[in-house]
Design a protein around this ligand. Structure first.
Ligand SMILES: CC(C)(COP(=O)(O)OP(=O)(O)OC[C@H]1O[C@@H](n2cnc3c(N)ncnc32)[C@H](O)[C@@H]1OP(=O)(O)O)[C@@H](O)C(=O)NCCC(=O)NCCS
Length: 170
C-alpha cells in the first residue's frame, strides 16, 4: 500500500518525511502558476507542516509527487480542517484532487471529525471541485495575511458520508 507506482497509475498514500522535499518543490510550481498559497513559498516545507497537522497525503504518479493534501485540527477538538491541497498543473483533471479530498473525508469519518475548509474565492477550480464532491458552502470570511493583505474567502463543510461511500452505495 505504501509502495511506489510502477507505471502510470495514480497512487494516493500517506505522506512520509521523504516526500517533503518533492511536495515542497511541487508547491513552488503551483505558486508560480496559481498564486497558491497567497502567503508565498519562502519556506514551503514548513508551510506543509503546520503546528496542528494531524495527517497528510501525497498523490504519486510514476514515482513523482504530483499532489498533496492535509488535515489539521487541535487535540481533543472534533473538527478537522482540510488544507494544503494542490496538484501540479501538468497532472490536473485526472482526479488526483478528488482522490486526495476523498482520503481526507475517509480519515475524518474514521476519526469522527467534522471536516471543514476555507477556500479563497479566486481559487475557482477548487470551489467547483468541492461543490461537485458534495461539500456545502457555509459562509464567507476574509483571509488576512500578517503583512496586511486580505482576500475574500468561502467556508465549506464536507458531506456527512464520504464521497466514495456515497458513490458506491448509490
Ligand atoms: C483544485 C485542484 C487541487 C484540483 O486538482 P485536480 O487534480 O485537477 O482535480 P480533479 O481532477 O479531481 O478535478 C478537477 C476539477 O477542478 C475543476 N476545474 C479544473 N479546471 C477548472 C477551470 N479551469 N475552471 C473551473 N473549474 C476547474 C473542475 O471542477 C474539475 O472537475 P471536472 O474535470 O469534473 O470539470 C487544482 O486545480 C489546484 O491545485 N489548484 C491550485 C491550488 C488550489 O486552489 N488549492 C485549493 C486551496 S483551498
Amino acid at each position: 500500500m505504501n509502495g511506489s507506482t510502477s507505471g502510470n497509475e495514480l497512487l494516493i498514500r500517506p505522506r512520509t518525511t521523504g516526500d517533503l522535499a518533492q511536495a515542497a518543490a511541487a508547491l513552488v510550481t503551483v505558486h508560480e502558476a496559481d498564486g497558491y498559497p497567497v502567503e508565498g513559498v519562502e519556506d514551503p516545507e514548513a508551510w506543509l507542516s503546520p503546528s496542528e497537522l494531524l495527517t497528510a497525503w501525497v498523490a504519486e504518479l510514476s514515482g513523482r509527487v504530483v499532489g498533496h493534501a492535509a488535515v489539521s485540527g487541535m487535540d481533543g477538538c472534533r473538527t478537522g480542517t482540510l488544507e494544503r491541497l494542490f496538484v501540479l498543473p501538468d497532472a490536473r483533471r485526472h482526479r488526483a484532487g478528488e482522490r486526495l479530498i476523498r482520503a481526507a473525508e475517509e480519515y475524518a469519518q474514521a476519526q469522527k471529525l467534522a471536516l471543514e475548509l476555507e477556500v479563497l474565492t479566486k481559487d475557482e477550480a477548487a470551489i467547483r471541485l468541492y461543490k461537485r464532491l458534495g461539500w456545502t458552502e457555509t459562509g464567507q470570511r476574509t483571509h488576512r495575511l500578517d503583512i496586511g493583505d486580505s482576500y475574500p474567502a468561502l467556508t465549506f463543510v464536507a458531506p456527512k458520508v464520504p464521497t466514495s461511500q456515497a458513490r458506491s452505495s448509490g
